[in-house]
Design a binder for this molecule. Structure first.
Ligand code: GLY
Length: 350
């Protein structure tokens, strides 16, 4: 399972080359209603896109469903797609996940290229071969591991992102900093998110993706070290689910940022993560992401949500913790008491 990740300096040339590397009879582009309007006009002017058929689906995670998947399969079928057709996914994580799954299953699998247009999809979703849809009320419940042939990263799309979506992706970059090295983590904490220098951000995105790529190459199907990428996500997914239950959804990266605070607390308590780095990370998260509001009446529900996380094995909550920045401990367990302490700590410090 390998994929080429290209940091684009000329999207047209890079896309033309990527398409040429995937001999195909018909070419399809999948976009959501937002990227069809904002990003497709840029690509559709390229000669390499002249024969492409655009498939548009609803935007946002609520459309990451079996119904939407079926619409994509139908559009491919009606558009005359064969096993030798090619799909280009143009959008955020919802489009690259669902489009990747549609491509992986249509006629037992056609090739696909990802062009992520949000920071979150650039540094996480579009890279590493996780594809899928939500099902039965659970996120990413159905899917397969299957890498895009090529992932094209162009920071031109970052310039039109709103602050919330920028921060959402940045939380995954912060996670990559924490699981890799102190210098990159410190660079991320120093970076001025209020007055973005896009050239510097582009360099940090490339670094962040390289961290993920290195881990995924070692463990494509998450048997071991890929679990490092789950740091912050066990608690983060519980916050995300609770927000959905309240009908007040939060962006994924915000939930991850709050989850990082909790799981670094557990890291300090159970694995010796340094207090100074814990405090600095908490300050950064609090000042940029605010907090997720809950009180002790919500503890049991949050605990329950953590026990349902699909990363658990045998009903035991599975955490990735850190003994230090870059010093990863996978398959860690905490008692219910540790988790209650963690929630107390979160409310006190946030
Ligand atoms: N989003 C975490 C992973 O790709 O493994």
């Amino acid at each position: 399972m390998t994929q080429e990740i290209i940091i684009c300096h000329n999207l047209e040339a890079d896309l033309t080359q990527a398409i040429a590397q995937c001999p195909h009879d018909r070419l399809f582009v999948l976009a959501d209603t937002t990227t069809a309007q904002l990003c497709w006009p840029l690509l559709s002017a390229y000669p390499c896109m002249r024969q492409a058929t655009l498939i548009t689906i609803g935007a946002t995670d609520e459309h990451k469903t079996l119904e939407t998947l079926s619409q994509v399969w139908t559009a491919l079928q009606q558009g005359g797609a064969s096993r030798h057709s090619l799909l280009v996914n143009l959008g955020g994580g919802m489009v690259t996940d669902l489009g990747g799954f549609a491509a992986s299953t249509f006629k037992r699998g056609i090739a696909f290229i990802n062009i992520p247009t949000t920071l979150l999809s650039m540094v996480d979703a579009a890279v590493g071969g996780k594809t899928g849809i939500n099902f039965g009320g659970l996120k990413n419940e159905i899917g397969v591991f299957n890498c895009a042939h090529t992932v094209l990263l162009d920071s031109v799309f970052l310039r039109t992102l709103n602050d919330q979506n920028m921060l959402s992706g940045y939380a995954e970059m912060l996670k990559h900093g924490l699981i890799s090295d102190k210098a990159h983590w410190a660079e991320l904490l120093r970076f001025d998110l209020e007055d973005i220098d896009y050239a510097t951000l582009g360099g940090m995105v490339a670094h962040s993706v390289a961290i993920k790529e290195r881990i995924v190459t070692q463990d494509p199907t998450e048997q071991g070290i890929r679990k490092a990428l789950n740091l912050g996500h066990t608690v983060g997914h519980a916050f995300e689910s609770m927000a959905l239950e309240r009908s007040k959804p939060v962006l994924h990266g915000y939930a991850v940022a709050w989850g990082l605070v909790c799981e670094l607390y557990l890291s300090a308590k159970l694995a010796g993560f340094p207090k100074q780095q814990l405090t600095q990370t908490i300050q950064f998260v609090r000042s940029h992401y605010g907090t997720f509001p809950f009180d002790c009446r919500h503890y049991d529900r949050l605990y329950d949500l953590m026990t349902h996380d699909k990363k658990n094995e045998g009903g035991i909550i599975n955490f990735t913790l850190l003994a230090d920045i870059g010093d990863i401990r996978i398959n860690q367990h905490a008692t219910k008491e540790d988790i209650m302490d963690m929630l107390d700590f979160y409310r006190e410090c946030m």
